[in-house]
Design a protein around this ligand. Structure first.
Ligand SMILES: *[C@@H]1O[C@H](CO)[C@@H](O)[C@H](O)[C@H]1NC(C)=O
Length: 205
């Protein structure tokens, strides 16, 4: 297994994850598929965890990782003299950007899951957060507190869970590339594939 091809496969995984996270965040703006007043949308949707953190910010590391794909492991930005060491070093910086972005989405999603959705309760005119400390997660009966918008609780629960899983996976993938990049930078001249003279325990296959 070679540093470069590892990075490529990480890069190709990150792109669909970023697209999915963006879609999930967009869907959260339309609870139950309906357009509602913007001030009634759960505030954590407006933090753009999926669109910015796990979406736009992940495009940069993904593209950089994809750029490391050439098995000669040389060059950055098409410049071979630039060298593998520098390319791998750059990938560490971008992996850090990716960890920041997806970490942000992960935190926003966990908080949103704990707080629960904003909704309208029976007999009230003001939209509020009817749940406390994630109690609705274990007690299905409480979901009846929300009368409007329809099925807001499963909507909120499903989409923020998806964001949580995606951002968690992105953190792991970027962390793998950070480690991969550190080895690549330290070992410098590598004969791919049989990379770096060091075999990472993560992918001994
Ligand atoms: C769930 O919430 C309802 C309504 O507050 C309550 O009556 C019921 O005891 C709760 N069930 C559990 C398992 O906590």
């Amino acid at each position: 297994m070679c540093c470069g091809s590892c990075a490529k496969c990480l890069g190709t995984t990150l792109i669909p994850l970023a697209v999915l996270a963006t879609l999930a965040n967009i869907l959260l703006f339309f609870p139950g598929g309906k357009i509602i007043d913007s001030e009634n949308i759960t505030v954590y949707v407006w933090y753009f965890g999926g669109i910015l953190g796990s979406g736009v910010l992940m495009v940069f590391p993904a593209l950089v990782f994809l750029g490391l794909k050439n098995n000669d492991c040389c060059g950055c930005c098409g410049n071979e003299s630039c060298g593998k060491r520098f390319a791998m070093f750059t990938s560490i910086l971008f992996a850090a950007v990716g960890i920041l972005g997806s970490g942000y989405c992960f935190i926003v999603s966990s908080v949103a899951l704990n707080i629960g959705p904003k909704c309208l309760q029976a007999g009230q005119t003001k939209w509020e957060y009817p749940f406390v400390d994630g109690d609705y997660l274990s007690n299905h009966t409480l979901w009846n507190r929300c009368v409007e918008p329809e099925s807001i609780v499963p909507w909120h629960l499903t989409l923020f869970s998806i964001l949580l899983i995606i951002s968690g996976a992105q953190v792991v993938l970027c962390a793998i590339q950070a480690i991969n990049g550190i080895f690549g930078t330290l070992c410098g001249e590598c004969k791919c594939c049989g990379c770096c003279g060091v075999r990472l325990p993560l992918w001994t296959a």
